[in-house]
Ligand binder design. Structure first.
Ligand code: ASP
Ligand code: MG
Length: 463
């Protein structure tokens, strides 16, 4: 068995779903289990509907629900066999009816709880998985739909629920393999339910995680994440086009890249897969002939120091300064206690004798945090910063990497540096305004020469 996950853009239209069907059909003998995201931007639209409802914008949410139904119906009709049209219409009616009632309830209450957010956002994957199942039949496959909420069992932390792995694995291994023997199994990503059967979600972008959980639960030989990029690249294409494809990367490197903002993969995805030693492939559903990026559990021998440059944007730098810190103990503890109390994750940290710099990306509670810190230290904030991160297993074995980085970045002001925590990255903070130049300079310094065993040179020239 293999798990194949298709993201929102890969199932956004009838044409896209047809491409998915042909990709899946070409590997039918490998017994694919297909995990799909909501079609296109459906999750965002559902959240917009919920928000319109609690703000009393009745006309708006009615119209939005209507549009969403039209969209699903329009695209689905094109890929569903005539004989199944009536069933399709009935199912769409049922789902949108239910959704409308739910939304009206929210409008009455004027309040959106995490539990109701999950109830609403689950419709995207519930619908897409159903539509894709019918489409597969249309394109000549035997296909079975499995409601992920019956097999992915989570805790009650709505909007970012964590799976109960033993229970989930037990259900997956009981339910999926017998079906996969004779049919392509189709499931929605992102959604699950509590032991009591209340719908939950694994967090935005959670379908990759579902794919990994399913893969681990059924002991898949491979997990394929189909997206709209050719795989992992040496540079984030939204910042610097023309990066080269990384053919093979280690789990540790991929996790690091994912964490530092490479949108190709959800960071948590790798965890269940690592534990079961299942390779994960990143593939492009628009260009299925491209071999993508293979993520493997072991380090990959490579002639280059780095595999990729990752960036995490919209970072806020917090500088904390206190002469009382000199020779005192417990200072860091006090600082982190404040961030903990306001549930704000800290990403990078640098400390000196009397000051601490750290970065956060969630600034929701920053005013409270500053007020608390200012009780015992000077604290200030700088917005619009970026963490740039050079990632590669070899960084730990190669002397002089920092020198090469700083040499390449010559005149760019580095605000903060960190190396060592993970050994396979060297990260630093710069201002957003310096981002493009920084990435171009580093890319030239580290990827002008490429180990052909690990990289596929992109034809596009990067200056
Ligand atoms: N549909 C969900 C989202 O947009 C999950 C996913 O696409 O992975 O966040
Ligand atoms: Mg998505």
């Amino acid at each position: 068995m293999i798990v194949m996950k298709f993201g929102g853009t890969s199932v956004e239209s009838a044409a896209a779903i047809e491409r998915v069907a042909s990709i899946v059909r070409s590997v039918e003998e490998r017994r694919p289990v297909v995990v799909v995201s909501a079609m296109g931007k459906t999750t965002n639209k559902l959240l917009a509907i919920a928000s319109a409802a609690i703000h009393g914008k009745r006309e708006e949410y009615i119209r939005q629900i209507h549009d969403l139904r039209d969209y699903h119906s329009r695209e689905a009709r094109l890929v569903v066999p005539l004989a199944l049209r009536a069933e399709l219409d009935r199912t769409l009616d049922d789902h949108f009816q239910e959704l409308t009632e739910l939304v009206k309830g929210l409008a009455l209450l004027g309040e959106l709880t995490p539990r109701s957010i999950d109830a609403i956002s689950s419709y995207g994957e519930r619908l897409s998985s159903y539509v894709v199942t019918l489409a597969f039949r249309h394109f000549g496959m035997k296909a079975e739909h499995v409601d992920s909420r019956h097999v992915v069992i989570t805790d009650k932390r709505h909007t970012h629920a964590a799976p109960n792995f033993p229970e989930t694995y037990a259900r997956l291994s009981a339910v999926i393999p017998p079906l996969a023997k004779h049919s392509v199994v189709v499931m929605g990503g992102f959604i699950g339910s509590t032991e009591e059967g209340v719908t939950t979600t694994l967090g935005r972008g959670g379908s990759d995680y579902t794919a990994a959980i399913v893969g681990a639960g059924i002991g898949a030989e491979e997990i394929q994440i189909w997206t709209d990029v050719d795989g992992m690249l040496t540079a984030d294409p939204t910042i610097l086009p023309g990066g080269h494809r990384v053919k093979t990367i280690s789990f540790a490197e991929a996790a690091e890249l994912a964490y530092f903002g490479a949108k190709v993969l959800h960071p948590a995805t790798v965890v269940p897969a690592i534990e079961k030693n299942i390779p994960v492939l990143i593939l492009n559903s628009r260009r299925p002939e491209v071999p993508g990026t293979r993520i493997v559990s072991e380090a990959v021998p490579c002639g280059n120091v780095a595999k990729s440059i990752a960036c995490k944007r919209k970072i806020t730098l917090v500088n904390i300064h206190s002469t009382r810190m000199l020779m005192a103990h417990g200072f860091l503890h006090r600082i982190f206690e404040v961030f903990d109390r306001f549930e704000t994750p800290v990403d990078m940290v640098a400390t000196s004798e009397i000051s601490v710099s750290l970065t956060i990306d969630n600034t929701g509670r920053i005013d409270d945090i500053l007020a608390e810190l200012q009780q015992f230290a000077e604290a200030s904030v700088e917005k619009n910063q970026v963490i740039v991160c050079l990632v590669g297993d070899n960084i730990r074995y190669t002397p002089g990497v920092a020198r090469r980085v700083f040499h390449a970045m010559d005149d760019i002001n580095i605000r903060m540096i960190s190396q060592g925590a993970s050994l396979l990255n060297l990260s630093f903070v710069i201002a957003e305004a310096d981002l493009l130049r920084t990435v171009s300079l580093l890319h030239e310094a580290f990827f002008s020469e490429l180990d052909p065993a690990v990289f596929e040179r992109s034809e596009a020239v990067h200056a």
